[in-house]
Structures are given as structure tokens and as C-alpha cells.
Design a protein around this ligand. Structure first.
Ligand code: TRP
Length: 495
């Protein structure tokens, strides 16, 4: 008994608001419903399609989903009942799907979580696959068009160029905006070193733009507690780093009337409501669940096990009664790098169980290290990236010496074959920092046809980065301790 088109529409509606058939994790009900499809649901049912791809990505692990199979499986959605009955055709269908899944499973998995980012291939992370695995949605042309229609602004080049590539519930946020309602932004930083590099700016550049375009309040969480629990650092040191980093964040120019920055260590001590939400989250997440989501085990210190509740809490406006004048249901949008998604997948699962709203998300790709997209950036290796404290000369030297080049070995060969923009780090950096689309396209053409040499490409990037870093340094110099304190003062924000 195949699922009718009408039933598919009902399911699509269901998966617009829910990750799974029932409850907050994939269960045997998802596995049973999945087997009922003979192929990927059509494109005009995007939420159903997202759910399908997500469930498909588990491949054989579907058999280990919790719960038992009910036959028939009855799903109640908005007063409608959909009955899924396993019969012989279902068995055939599931055999067909098996093929689809094993082909997928042969590729090794990339590892992406808050502490490890490791590509299984030298080409770097497979972001399309990550979207399926995480069950998020691609930022596609439809969303970008809607974005432009609703805001009247051309989407930021991070959005247009796929640097922010994935989202959860962004359509819901745009619906709110269309209806004249407000939301708030939440982002954060784990302060583990004084030296921030240009890659650390990416989520903050996006957040600043979103704050300007939507004219909404922002909370910035500095997780000095997280760094204390994970790194070999003293508590006071982590707390001090939070204040150092907050100067760089303030230097981004966030609206002081709409921005609250806080250190977890300092803020939690004095906060009533924030800790209440932390407690509610803690009560609704088991050790088994954090084990599954974050890979904790019996030897993890217990601070780590409870920490996800602390990163979850700022997603709820009720955590900040002083900001929102007690309004408990202001929806939240979180711009972050995709490695932070496990925290917010958990948050979204818990939210309805504690009577709170799920946050929406915008996910970015990772900023490539100078030595190439498959290598790591590290604050302790000063040649792995461009730091916000670098001088103009250091920037020039580093780019010229360390930026992995897609150019050819000799000039003759380069002129003949052209450079490879796919692996060229200087070109990749230009996609982040050169806003002018036409100029970027011209550089791409000139470089990949061999008219432009690596040295010339690098010179373009050096100019842009020198200006960006110098401007940042100038703004940061103006940031006084008092100004930081202003941003960190619990107070009502305009919205
Ligand atoms: N855990 C993040 C880090 O280590 C910091 C963080 C806290 C964060 N809350 C966030 C990042 C919200 C993005 C969005 O950097």
C-alpha cells in the first residue's frame, strides 16, 4: 500500500516542525516509515525529503534505532491518520533501498563534532553528506530568494557563496519577520587563546550583518567554563581569556543597545533564570543521550557531561529576563560553524519537552588553514593562519610562504594549464573576504586560465587581509575596559 501524494503532503508538514515521526530521536517508527518509500520524495516536499535523506544516511544502523516495530504503524498528524502496513511489497521495496544505502555506506565517514573535525578524504569535508547525516537543510536558491524578498537586501556573500551552507528552520524565522515579529540572535566563542585568527571572525561577521539587517538583539556566550573543563588551563586564565576575546568581539561593532556579551563563569554565579533553564535541560537529558551525541564515556569528567545544558540555555529568551522584559517566547536564531550543531540538535530535541521554542540555525563551513583545506589551523602554530594581531609584513610573508597554491610548477606550465581554484587557499580566502562578485569571478577566470600567476593572486589577497586586520586592530585599540563592561552589563536591550 504505497503512501499517497496527499499523505506525503501531510508528512511534509509534519517534518517541517519535527525531526522524527515521534519523539525527539530516530526510532523504529522512522525506520518503518522509511521502508515505505520506493525512492527519495520529490523536491516540492522539502521537509519530507530532508527527513528521508537523514534516515537513509544511517544505513544499517537503522536496525539499532530504539523502540519496537508496530505493524500496522499508525501516525497521527494534525488530526490525520496515516497507516503504514508492512506487507510483501514493503519487503521488496526495502531490498531495493538496501542497494541505495550500501552504495552510500562504502565511503568513510568524516568526523565533525565540537572537538574534532577530520575529513576522510584529502578533498576536505563532504558538506552535502554532512547535511544528510545531521538532518539539516541546504541553504538553497529558494531560501536565498525568500531572504531577499523579505529583507529587501541582497543576501550576504557568505550566504550566496555557500560559506554558510546549511540551516534549520530558517523559513520559520522569515515567516516571523514577514509577520512583523522579532527574534533574537545567539552566538558564542570558546576562549582558549588570546590569539584569534581571521577564521574566528566568520560567525561574528555573519552575526553582525544579521543584526544590522533584521535589527534584533544579540547574546554572545563566552564559554570560559567549557575551556576550563576541556583544556589544561587554570580557571582564572580561561576567565581572563574571555575578557580578552570580548574586546575582539566588541571591535566588530555590534550595536551596544542591542548586544549582551557574557562570560559563563561570571554570569552563571549571579543569574536566576539562566540556571533554571540549565537545570531543566539537565533534567531532560540522560547520560546515554549525551554519550550518543557527544561521545562522552565513563571517564569523562562530570563537568563535560553537564556542559551541553549550559550551551543550550542561551537559546531561550526566558534565560535573560532582564533583556526581554520577561518575554519567554522570543524565538532564537544561532549562526555558528557546523561543528557546534550537536549542541543545538540536543537543544532542539529538549525544547518542546520543557515548553520552550526550538532555536533556528545557520551553519557555516570551516575556514581553511593556510596549508590547505585538509590541514588544521591551530592557535599554537602561528603559521597555520592569519591572526588578528599580525603585522602587515607578517601577513605578506605568511601568505607568500605558506598559503597552499593551486598554481603549476613552472610559469610555462601555469600559462598553459592554469591554476586550480578548488585547492588554492589564497583563492578560497578571497571567497571569504573579497565582497565584489565581479572582481572575484574575474580573478577566478584569469587564474584558472593561466593569465594570472599565483604571485598576483596572492598579492590581491594580501592587500585585502592587510586592510581587514589593520582596520580590526584600529577598532580594537578603541575598545576600553569600560566599554567591554557596558556590553557585559545585564540590562534591557532594544527590540
Ligand atoms: N562551544 C563554542 C566554542 O567552543 C562556543 C559557543 C557557545 C558557541 N555558544 C555558542 C558557538 C553558540 C556558536 C554558537 O567555540
Amino acid at each position: 500500500m504505497p503512501i499517497t501524494r496527499e499523505e506525503e503532503k501531510v508528512l511534509d508538514e509534519h517534518f517541517l516542525a519535527n525531526s522524527y515521526v515521534e519523539g525527539f530521536t530516530a526510532s523504529q517508527s522512522d525506520a518503518a516509515l522509511f521502508e515505505y518509500f520506493t525512492g527519495t520524495p520529490s523536491q516540492d516536499l522539502p521537509s519530507l525529503q530532508r527527513w528521508f535523506r537523514h534516515i537513509a544516511s544511517f544505513d544499517k544502523d537503522r536496525t539499532t534505532f530504539p523502540g519496537s516495530r508496530r505493524n500496522p504503524l499508525e501516525i497521527f498528524i494534525n488530526g490525520r491518520k496515516i497507516t503504514v502496513m508492512a506487507d510483501s511489497t514493503a519487503v521488496e521495496q526495502s531490498a531495493a533501498l538496501e542497494q541505495f544505502s550500501t552504495a552510500e555506506a562504502q565511503v568513510d565517514e568524516d568526523i565533525v563534532d565540537p572537538w574534532n573535525v577530520q575529513a576522510s578524504s584529502s578533498k576536505g569535508i563532504d558538506y552535502d553528506k554532512l547535511i544528510d547525516r545531521f538532518g539539516s537543510s541546504r541553504i538553497d536558491a529558494t531560501l536565498l530568494e525568500r531572504f531577499e524578498k523579505v529583507t529587501g537586501r541582497k543576501p550576504h556573500h557568505f550566504l550566496r557563496r555557500g560559506i554558510f551552507f546549511s540551516h534549520r528552520d530558517m523559513h520559520r524565522i522569515l515567516n516571523l519577520v514577514e509577520a512583523g515579529k522579532k527574534f533574537f540572535l545567539y552566538t558564542g566563542r570558546g576562549p582558549s587563546s588570546e590569539a584569534m585568527h581571521v577564521g574566528h571572525l566568520i560567525p561574528f561577521i555573519m552575526t553582525k550583518w544579521l543584526q544590522d539587517v533584521f535589527d534584533v538583539p544579540l547574546v554572545v556566550q563566552l564559554t570560559d567554563d567549557e575551556k576550563y573543563l576541556w583544556k589544561d588551563l587554570k580557571l582564572e586564565q580561561c576567565n581572563k581569556l574571555a575578557y580578552e576575546n570580548s574586546k575582539d568581539i566588541v571591535a566588530m561593532g555590534f550595536d551596544i543597545n542591542k548586544t549582551f556579551i557574557f562570560s559563563d563563569i561570571d554570569f552563571i554565579e549571579g543569574s536566576g533564570e539562566f540556571y533554571r533553564n540549565v537545570l531543566k535541560v539537565q533534567k531532560h537529558v540522560t547520560f546515554n543521550q549525551v554519550k550518543g551525541i557527544f561521545g562522552f564515556d565513563e571517564s569523562s569528567n562530570i563537568g563535560k557531561i553537564m556542559f551541553p545544558a549550559i550551551q543550550a540555555a542561551p537559546s531561550f529568551s526566558s534565560s535573560f529576563p532582564f533583556i526581554f522584559k520577561g518575554k519567554k517566547d522570543v524565538p532564537c536564531l544561532i549562526p555558528c560553524a557546523i561543528d557546534q550543531d550537536p549542541y543545538f540538535r540536543m537543544t532542539r530535541d529538549v525544547a518542546p519537552r520543557i515548553g520552550l521554542q526550538k532555536p533556528a540555525l545557520l551553519h557555516s563551513t570551516f575556514f581553511p588553514a593556510l596549508a590547505g583545506a585538509s590541514t588544521k589551523m591551530s592557535a599554537s602554530d602561528e603559521n597555520s593562519s592569519i591572526f588578528l594581531t599580525d603585522t602587515a609584513n607578517q601577513i605578506k610573508k605568511k601568505i607568500n610562504k605558506y598559503a597552499f597554491s593551486g598554481g603549476r610548477d613552472t610559469i610555462e606550465e601555469h600559462r598553459e594549464k592554469g591554476g586550480d581554484c578548488e585547492v588554492d587557499v589564497s583563492y578560497m580566502y578571497l571567497t571569504f573576504f573579497l565582497e565584489d562578485d565581479e572582481k572575484l569571478e574575474e580573478i577566478r577566470q584569469q587564474y584558472s586560465t593561466g593569465n594570472m600567476l599565483t604571485g598576483e593572486l596572492k598579492a590581491e589577497l594580501i592587500k585585502i587581509l592587510q586592510a581587514l586586520v589593520a582596520e580590526h586592530q584600529a577598532r580594537r585599540k578603541e575598545v576600553t575596559e569600560d566599554l567591554v563592561k557596558e556590553y557585559m552589563k545585564p540590562r534591557p536591550l532594544n527590540f
